[in-house]
Design a protein around this ligand. Structure first.
Ligand code: G3P
Length: 214
């Protein structure tokens, strides 16, 4: 499973890229708003830092308007994957994008059936939102497991991107579920490095090294 950042903060992308573990980046309109930056500038800067897919989301409601946005986005950088919403108009656009060779990520997926529809429309990847399902007391990760299983049974090539990730346990479970990608906030990615015994072990090694005869 590749590790993606879910952010529109360029400094976070730069740091994660420096660790050598960054497989891609997802953005959404909320994250862009929080960054306080212009959408196009941010997306291009992120693309220049990442050797992998960078999702940029359309905001139109009609398929033809979504496709106008999509065709423009893909001129910005070769890493761009266009994020389309899980609606009838969105699927019309995904199907057209597929014919035009534009990579797509279907967002706001909450059920295996939605994922199957997106895959049949020609989506490159689908994004089940785990945390938001957990928020309403459903089992978000079970949806990821079922999507992975269905895609496996029918040899569907659409990738599964576990999204709306809230903590490291989600990452572990997504990996065990067989998700292709997992996109997470920077804070969650940093937590993946940590264990109290790693910290305690390092402290002890440093103390003993200070006492050692060199
Ligand atoms: O980018 C899509 C998704 O990861 C959003 O997550 O935390 O807003 O539910 P969240």
């Amino acid at each position: 499973m590749k590790l993606f950042l879910d952010t529109a903060i360029v400094d976070e992308v730069r740091e994660a890229a420096s660790w050598g573990i960054l497989g891609g980046v997802t953005t959404n309109p909320t994250l862009v708003m929080k960054s306080g930056r212009k959408f196009k500038e941010v997306v291009i800067e992120i693309c220049n830092l990442v050797d992998g897919p960078v999702s940029a989301e359309v905001t139109s409601e009609k398929a033809e308007d979504m496709m106008k946005e999509a065709r423009e986005f893909v001129t910005w950088h070769e890493n761009i994957v266009v994020k389309f919403p899980m609606t009838e108009e969105g699927m019309k656009a995904v199907s057209q994008a597929s014919k035009e060779g534009i990579k797509s990520n279907v967002t706001l997926v909450f059920t295996p059936n939605q994922a199957l529809v997106a895959a049949r429309a020609g989506a490159t990847m689908v994004s089940p939102f785990v945390g938001r399902l957990d928020d309403i007391k459903e089992d978000g990760m079970q949806v990821v497991r079922e999507i992975v299983e269905i895609f496996c049974i029918y040899e569907i090539e659409t990738k599964v991107l576990a999204a709306s990730i809230r903590h490291p346990e989600h990452v572990r479970q997504a990996a065990l579920a067989g998700a292709d990608y997992c996109t997470m906030p920077f804070s969650v990615m940093k937590e993946l490095f940590k264990h109290p015994l790693t910290d305690a072990g390092l402290k002890k090694f440093a103390e003993d090294w200070a006492k050692a005869k060199k």
